[in-house]
Design a protein around this ligand. Structure first.
Ligand code: FES
Length: 156
């Protein structure tokens, strides 16, 4: 009789330990997910007034590590210069009309879409807000994306 009680107690303790370990793992996993979602404090860079930028043109901001692209329809994209393969700095080559990475030859079009591997996803974009006609680019919070789409464009 006491043997049965022991087994029951052991079983209870095992289940209790498993439950505690499982809850710990869930807690750790949730915290890892939250950490991935954490945004940095915005660091807004004033790129200039909307009228300064011609439609269809690309403007480098080398120190801040982005290009500001004003699309032909007047919208804006701020493209990170960090290659999405392994992080080298891409440069826009006007003769070839594309961004090229010097490290492993990935290429991207003006909207950041991949033209040539090994990169597999588009260049990150930096969030843009327009404050009293001035384009403000958040250089601390690049946004990852698989491909370019029109919802990523900011209009004045
Ligand atoms: S880091 Fe750009 S292609 Fe590898």
């Amino acid at each position: 009789m006491s043997f049965i009680k022991k087994i029951t107690r052991r079983s209870f303790i095992k289940k209790a330990i498993l439950t505690i370990v499982s809850l710990e793992l869930v807690y750790v996993f949730i915290n890892l997910l939250k950490k991935g979602e954490t945004k940095n404090k915005p660091n807004l860079y004033a790129a200039g007034e909307v009228e300064l930028f011609e439609k269809g043109q690309l403007y480098p901001f080398s120190t801040e590590r982005f290009y500001l692209y004003r699309l032909k329809d007047g919208g804006f994209l701020a493209l990170s210069t960090t290659c999405t393969h392994l992080g080298c700095t891409v440069q826009y080559k006007s003769k070839e009309n594309k961004f090229l990475c010097p490290c492993h030859a990935s290429a991207f079009d003006k909207t950041g879409n991949v033209l040539a591997p090994p990169a597999t996803r588009a260049l990150d974009i930096l969030p843009i807000t327009i404050d009293n006609g001035v384009i403000m680019v958040d250089i601390s919070n690049p946004v990852k994306r698989a491909k370019h789409n029109s919802s990523q464009i900011t209009y004045a």
